[in-house]
Design a protein around this ligand. Structure first.
Ligand code: HGY
Ligand code: MN
Ligand code: MN
Length: 410
């Protein structure tokens, strides 16, 4: 395995969309993401892969197997990022997969199954508030309205952004793969939490992926003069929002595996001496247990309605995305554990709090995930970091897992 080549490519890719604050921003269907895809297509060609782009903008590099009728062993990840994200989230899974296949080609390794590396479009959902677009298209779970219901900060829909990027949104259905066409999907990803670090382990075996629910809250009250309007009688949506947010953080503590995050909040019109007329904020709620997540959701919504009723505020809650938690396949976990042991790593099993494309592909095939250690558990930040040694350890586990699957031994 080419540790230096993998690291060099990671750092080179990390310059695409680099921001002055040290983070990386590559939103879907932007010049930065296109640049990143073109760079990775160059790596795929150097690795000897046949490269194509599907109707959703997914980039797919393919290594043929000996049996053309054998289902595909798929791996990959994403190149788009959150705003001011890190160099490893998504990028490591793509580059390690390319490195694994390049090693197989350079070593003349023959496998029965073909292997594909997929670069999924818009996994993060950072631009439109709707994620996993490419893997939904591949899994056939995308609805036509998904391409027009969500807009970016400039008011562009996903369909319009696709058209600007040279894609035809009307043909996105062509990206869907047939059930049975894919044998398994295995993704390498940074852990983005501290479990591996606390156990002093470089790699881990993922047991399942928590399901994200994204809601958009919109509270409408009455704008007014900050100085001339007495406190009593105001219909200030921010006063109601403050109570709702406090309840969100307090109530979530009653659900041991749940997390809740308000990542975006805006007061309109946004004047220092203006009582806001409207407040909008997003809520990201997750749990590995869907029933627990749904119970938390209903408690938060009913309390929000009570608070807004008491403040004379109109409340509107829109669902942006609701993804079910996804279990990893035991047989793939076993294959990953075997690869870990082969390389001398204790195979710690852990859940993923973060969402991944496998949550969509689980409708097509069994999924597995390999984690590598994240320094201080930090991700979605310029501070995101995984050491070269751990990146290489993860890539080696991926290599042996893909080989076992593609040779039909797992
Ligand atoms: O939001 C997530 O969990 C992932 O980073 N898309
Ligand atoms: Mn991410
Ligand atoms: Mn990711």
């Amino acid at each position: 395995m080419g540790k230096d080549r993998l690291w060099r490519r990671l750092m080179e890719l990390g310059t695409v969309g680099a921001q002055s604050g040290g983070g990386v921003t590559r939103f879907s269907f932007t010049a930065e993401e296109r640049w990143a895809k073109d760079l990775v297509i160059g790596y795929m060609k150097k690795a000897g892969l046949a490269v194509r782009e599907d109707a959703a903008g997914n980039v797919i590099g393919r290594r043929e197997g000996g049996d053309p009728s054998a289902p595909v062993v798929m791996t990959g990840s994403h190149l788009d990022t959150v705003p001011q994200g890190g160099k490893f989230d998504g990028a490591l899974g793509v580059l390690a997969a390319i490195e694994a296949l390049q090693q197989m080609n350079e070593a003349g390794v023959a496998t029965r199954h073909p292997i594909e590396v997929a670069v999924f479009t818009d996994e993060e959902g950072a631009r439109f508030g709707f994620g996993m677009l490419g893997s939904r298209a591949m899994a056939g779970t995308l609805r036509a309205e998904d391409l027009t219901a969500h807009r970016d900060e400039h008011g562009l829909t996903i369909a319009q952004a696709m058209t600007q990027a040279g894609l035809d949104p009307a043909r996105i259905g062509e990206a869907a793969r047939r059930p049975g066409e894919i044998r398994a999907y295995v993704e390498l990803h940074i852990e983005q939490a501290t479990v591996l670090e606390r156990h002093n382990l470089p790699v881990g075996v993922v047991s399942g992926i928590a399901g994200p629910l994204w809601l958009q809250f919109r509270l409408r009250g009455e704008a007014g003069h900050a100085g001339a309007t007495p406190m009593c009688g105001r219909r200030d949506p921010l006063a109601a929002a403050a109570r709702i947010l406090t309840h969100i953080y307090d109530e979530t503590r009653n659900f041991p595996n749940a997390v809740a995050t308000v990542g975006k909040i805006h007061a309109f019109p946004g004047g220092i001496n203006v009582i806001p007329g409207e407040v909008a904020f997003t809520l990201d709620v997750r749990d590995i247990d869907e029933a627990a997540r749904n119970a938390l959701e209903s408690r938060l919504l009913s309390r929000a309605e009570e608070i807004c009723g008491a403040h004379g505020i109109d409340l509107e809650v829109a669902e942006l995305q609701r993804v079910a938690p996804a279990p990893c396949a035991p047989e793939l976990m076993a294959a990953i554990e075997q690869a870990c042991r082969k390389l001398g790593h204790a195979p710690l099993v852990l859940p993923s709090g973060a969402g991944h494309d496998g949550m969509q592909l689980v409708r097509l095939c069994p999924i597995g995930m390999i984690f590598v250690r994240s320094r201080n558990g930090i991700s979605h930040s310029p501070e995101e970091w995984t050491s070269p040694e751990d990146c290489f350890a993860g890539a080696s586990v991926l290599y042996h897992t893909l080989l076992a699957l593609a040779e039909g031994r797992a």
